[in-house]
Design a protein around this ligand. Sequence first.
Ligand SMILES: *Cc1c(COP(=O)(O)O)cnc(C)c1O
Length: 380
Amino acid sequence: MNATDATAFIRSIYGAEGFIPLHAPVFVGNEKAYLAECIDTTFVSYVGKFVERFEQAVKDHTGAKHAVACSSGTAALHMALVAGGVRPGDLVLMPALTFVATANAVRYCQADPFFIDTDRRDLGFDLDQLADHLANGTERRADGVYDKGTGRRIGACLPVHLFGHVARLDELVELCAKHGITLIEDSAEAMGSFFKGRHAGTFGRIGVLSFNGNKTITTGGGGMVITDDEAVAKRIRHVTTTAKVPHRWEFFHDELGYNYRLTNVNAAIGLAQMEQLERYITSKRTIAGKYAAFFNEGPYRHFAEPKDCRSNYWLNVLLLPDRSERDAFLAHSNDNGVMTRPAWTLMNKLPMYKDCPALSLEGAQWLEDRLVNIPSTPLV
Ligand SMILES: *Cc1c(COP(=O)(O)O)cnc(C)c1O
């Protein structure tokens, strides 16, 4: 296996000619009809029936009791952390290997990330490291669990289901419960992914989904909070609409609010996309199967869904032998019109997060050196 063979194989799936994007949105359903309805009825903004229908479709698919559509996945994450009880000065347990939005949402709460390592076998938290730190590096006080090293409260545990893969979530749920830490799932990449038959984002107190343009389904821009906790859903509905107390004419806002709700136009696209989700995932899993068969065990290893996970295979992952082979493949594929990209630079290396507390990040660094994403658009 070399960069030329790998690039040629990707082309054999997506076409011999032209540019092949990493993940393009696909519109083959009711998108145009629903958008026309928004315009014809003039309901283009926060009021309108598509927001509710889109939320209902996500509830039906995920099994969550409540869903609140937001203007982006980042906004949804921010609100999940606020409603989940993260306070200024807190630490939030999260991986260093993630998209920057995870860390940004923590910082919007005037809290800081506490970086935990990533398990190279399944892309989840290094649970041994996390369990060890919670057992030996924290202490229980009246208002929560405190990190002994920094003296700061741990506001939440925020795992990320990277590229749609969900790993050992049952163990993480148990660990958080044992230590009394609120679990909030960044499931932004995991729409349509299941663990032991349950949808990602429904294991913790709150889960977050993203519908950005390159995600499995899109609303253009948008996100959603899912939860079984009615009080959390109510609070998020309230603060995402400027915390306005309902009244026929008075404007009274009872706490700091945000303009974070999804518009009817975006929700109209989202509903049409939800109607296609199963087709997309069937196709994405077929493509993942072809990649798995071709790349097999190496030296460009295709990353397979972890045990007990039915992944959406949002972005397929290859693990290359080392950083120089990674860079050679990235250069060759992109030079030849096949879009590929490396893992994100670890969060602890970004200027705004370089001073945040962290445990050893050996696994995350190993992955940063080797991981690439390859084209994964559904073919429907
Ligand atoms: C996409 C993404 C987000 C943010 O979603 P937006 O809708 O782009 O704001 C958050 N976390 C992760 C891991 C993501 O991949």
